[in-house]
Design a protein around this ligand. Structure first.
Ligand SMILES: NC(=O)c1ccc[n+]([C@@H]2O[C@H](COP(=O)([O-])OP(=O)(O)OC[C@H]3O[C@@H](n4cnc5c(N)ncnc54)[C@H](O)[C@@H]3O)[C@@H](O)[C@H]2O)c1
Length: 306
């Protein structure tokens, strides 16, 4: 069955390749008109190449879908506004935003430059804000809309990706805020943490960097960093969940945090306090913290956690 997004218009950022391409194709397959945004840079975010976005537009059109290409940089606030404007100028509406564009500049924190930090935060976290901010003005007015934002399991603490982990957890927190803010306007916002074989996870450069970290004892084979154990995972699977989350059927699914990849879809829980202690008096006293914490909450941290 297809056509369940007939009459809707979507923007997918970073849709020229990998997961974003699959998301654009899945949305188009269900009948949505798609703005395929991609500046076409390297994995590290350098350079540009318009052919990737155009190629996806061609694929959608060959399958009798509707799409246009956009090559602007989502990390730029004004350019992000232009993406929305081009969407409205072309299709007259916007219903679905998929924030997917991303880059990597992996480095251990003690070796990371300010520039490497800023570049990754700019594309992922600020880029997600930029598009969502401009779309939210419209979604609020029209009282409908879907945001699907891209986190990562690396956000759970991949040692060699401090910039990326921070950006990705930032996106999940931002998505919860967006979900809470926009629910009164009939909109939903959900985060996905994909697993897929793409150039981001499979490039020679990525694999060499990962092996070097393992050799230095800074990572292990089982780490959840991008690149670990993903080689067989079809990136098109991610778009299947995204197209559902974008649909009217998913109206009640808001503020979620989902893993999707291969043959698995998972739902993360909302972080919550799992252990608590209280002072004997109305407020903690200095020495009481030193005495009570190690014997209670401190017991959750055994030497094997080090
Ligand atoms: N592949 C995985 O297993 C995996 C795991 C977790 C999260 N992710 C996330 O999924 C998303 C897609 O990753 P992918 O694996 O498909 O990578 P990819 O490198 O194949 O695709 C990313 C695309 O984003 C585009 N892009 C980069 N910066 C941009 C910018 N400023 N403006 C517009 N477009 C830009 C690139 O040109 C590229 O085509 C990313 O956010 C990534 O962090 C991927």
């Amino acid at each position: 069955m297809a056509g369940r997004l007939e009459g809707k218009v979507a923007i997918v950022t970073g849709a020229g390749r990998g997961i974003g391409r699959g998301e654009a194709l899945a949305l188009a397959r269900e009948g949505a008109a798609v703005v395929v945004n991609d500046l076409g840079g390297s994995t590290a975010g350098e350079g540009s190449d318009e052919s990737f976005a155009q190629q996806v537009v061609n694929e959608i059109e060959e399958a009798n879908g509707q799409a246009i290409a956009n090559y602007l940089d989502v990390s730029n606030y004004d350019a992000s506004s232009e993406i929305i404007k081009q969407t409205l100028d072309t299709f007259g509406q916007l219903d679905i935003v998929v924030n997917n564009a991303g880059i990597l500049r992996d480095r251990m924190v003690f070796n990371m430059s300010e520039q490497e930090w800023d570049a990754v935060i700019a594309v992922h976290l600020k880029g997600t804000f930029n598009i969502s901010k401009h779309a939210s003005v419209l979604f609020r007015q029209q009282r409908s809309g879907r945001f699907i934002n891209t986190g990562s399991e690396s956000g759970l603490g991949a040692a060699g990706q401090p910039n990326y982990a921070a950006a990705k957890e930032g996106i999940v927190g931002f998505t919860r805020s967006l979900a809470n803010a926009m629910t009164r306007y009939n909109c939903t916002a959900n985060a996905i943490r994909p697993r897929a074989a793409t150039r981001m996870t499979l490039s020679d450069e990525m694999e060499a960097a990962r092996q070097a970290r393992i050799a230095r004892g800074e990572a292990s084979e089982g780490d959840s960093e991008e690149g670990g154990g993903l080689a067989s995972l079809d990136p098109n699977v991610v778009g299947m969940l995204v197209s559902f989350l974008a649909s009217d059927e998913a109206q009640h699914i808001n503020g979620g945090d989902f893993m999707v990849g291969g043959n698995e879809i998972g739902m993360f829980s909302m972080p919550q306090i799992e252990s608590r202690i209280f002072a004997t008096g109305s407020s903690w006293q200095h020495d009481e913290v030193w005495q009570r914490f190690p014997a209670t909450i401190g017991q959750h941290f055994s030497a094997s956690n080090q």
